[in-house]
Write a protein that binds this ligand. Structure first.
Ligand code: SAH
Ligand code: SF4
Ligand code: F3S
Length: 476
């Protein structure tokens, strides 16, 4: 058993990450059986789930469309806020009753919650029906962990609390045939005081650029139209590996593969260079969409959060991006109710939103996370007040996203059609170059293609449009 240790997870001892290739061990215990994977959290976790599914398929399993009919259920979890925990423990409750009826059901808990000591302690004491816990650093070991569960019939806990390595070549089953996630940097060294990610995901480790470019070239061959380069802070790409190769170089090299669309998330304002802005502005297939979390508009709170920039520095960068990248859409993340946030501090956040007029924002109430520095600060904002601030902030954010969307009414935009519309299955849906969701009146044959769409009406969270014409693509 390897239990997590948050103290070890925090250490940065200068461990040089080991780069290794996934070693396939042939298991067939899944033949004739089905898996169900439920994912919580960020895009990196979604991509991890695609790998978990790839590994399960190597063991013989096929996918089940419901957890009730699965032989193995894996929860790939998120630890970012308390409500992420609540959902997971709620689902575990449902699985407990399923396991009473189906005693050979295998239940596994993976992802960021598995890296938390308190979570593993409660699994060991209160959720004994869970068969295995595996952390974020060793998902390549999931097949051998399941093998051990089957052989021993005992709970396996395999969580590593260290800086992390980089593995290549883990099999993957992608959720989309058109748009693919591509990890470029793992972990985070920023240690924002509220955030648990540097503890659950380890130190910043870049993948080698040759591996990334090779993966994108393969995706182009498979017919993918879009890649999204992923990292907790993609702007730090390369800093740990190279003297003279950074995100700007990588964006250029990935754009050179001929993939129709290149996206990247998330950007930390502190690492944004002019060179990167030039590439985003200058390359047609690098999409004009930047997610640039600000977190707060008060310098006092930004300092307490250890964000490493001031409101003024953020605004300078923001305006530079707006002026340089044509038709860019810029979105952000904001936390309300951080310890010490007064009504004046919150008003500064509202002022910043008034100034930036973001295309959209993900807004959150502060949630203290295990062992993070902010969790030791005295909470000064009541839960009611946090919710009130959240409501006021959301009203303002929605006003600006609605205005940004309204400006598109009557224009013709390019959309990558990703599937049927969730709201109306007679329509399809897709994303504009600057990442706005559009529900489109078009034939289903448009799915997987980049088409011109005329925007007919705009709402706060989506647009309506109609098909104009299909683009002749280089890769079609
Ligand atoms: N790496 C990204 C953020 C990943 S977490 C970045 O730095 O931009 C996504 C968002 O969750 C954060 O931007 C923050 O707004 C929010 N968040 C993180 N920890 C939180 C906490 N303890 N309470 C509330 N919101 C939090
Ligand atoms: Fe968390 Fe900050 Fe790292 Fe983002 S940059 S993952 S908020 S520590
Ligand atoms: Fe959640 Fe872990 Fe992602 S905490 S947001 S799943 S890195």
């Amino acid at each position: 058993m390897n239990k997590p240790n948050m103290f070890d997870a925090k250490k940065r001892n200068g461990h040089k990450p080991v780069y290794y290739d996934y070693e396939n061990i042939d298991y067939d215990f899944g033949l004739g059986k089905k898996y169900f994977v439920r994912t919580y959290g960020c895009q990196m976790n979604e991509h991890d789930s695609e790998r978990i599914k790839g590994l399960l398929r190597r063991c013989g399993y096929s996918e089940s469309d419901s957890y009730e009919s699965a032989d193995i259920v894996i929860l790939n979890t998120c630890a970012i806020r308390e409500n992420a925990h609540d959902k997971v423990f709620g689902f575990l409750g449902a699985l407990k009753s399923l396991k009473r009826k189906k005693s050979d059901l295998i239940i596994g808990l993976c992802g960021c919650m598995a890296q938390e000591e308190s979570v593993v302690d409660s699994i060991l004491s209160k959720y004994k029906f869970v068969d295995f816990v595996c952390g974020t650093h060793n998902i390549d070991k999931i097949p051998s962990i399941i093998n051990e569960v089957i052989k021993s019939n005992k709970m396996q806990v395999e969580v590593l609390s260290y800086e992390g390595d980089v593995y290549e070549g883990i099999p993957v089953i992608r959720d989309s045939k058109y748009s693919a996630w591509v990890d470029i940097i793992y972990g985070c060294d920023k240690f924002c005081t509220y955030c648990i990610v540097p503890y659950t995901r380890g130190t910043q480790r870049s993948r080698k650029y040759e591996e990334i470019v090779k993966e994108v070239k393969e995706l182009v061959k498979l017919g993918y139209k879009e890649v999204t380069l992923l990292g907790q802070n993609v702007n730090a790409y390369g800093k740990d590996l190279y003297d003279n190769y950074n995100l700007a170089n990588l964006l250029n090299d990935v754009a050179d593969t001929g993939i129709e669309r290149v996206r990247f998330v998330t950007s930390h304002p502190w690492d944004f260079t002019d060179e990167m802005i030039e590439v985003i502005a200058g390359r047609d297939n690098v999409m004009p969409y930047i997610h640039l979390p600000v977190q707060s508009g008060s310098n006092k709170i930004l300092k307490l959060m250890n964000r490493r920039y001031t409101k003024e520095e953020y605004l300078t960068l923001y305006n530079k991006l707006r002026n340089s990248v044509k038709n860019a859409s810029i979105t952000t993340d904001i936390i309300v109710g951080f310890p010490g946030e007064t009504e004046e501090d919150f008003n500064e956040t509202l002022e910043l939103v008034n100034e930036c007029k973001f295309d959209g924002a993900f807004t959150f109430a502060f949630s203290p996370r295990e062992n993070t520095p902010a969790s030791y600060l005295k909470e000064t904002v009541s839960e009611d007040e946090k919710l009130d601030r959240l409501h006021r902030l959301n009203a303002l954010v929605n006003k600006y996203s609605n205005e940004a969307n309204k400006r598109l009414e009557g224009t013709v935009v390019k959309c990558l059609v990703t599937g049927e519309s969730e709201k109306d299955d007679s329509k399809v849906c897709g994303y504009t170059e600057n990442m706005k969701l559009v529900n489109i009146v078009a034939d289903k044959s448009a799915i997987g293609k980049i088409i011109d769409v005329k925007i007919t009406s705009a709402k706060s969270f989506s647009l309506d449009g109609e098909y104009i014409k299909t683009h002749e693509l280089v890769n079609n």
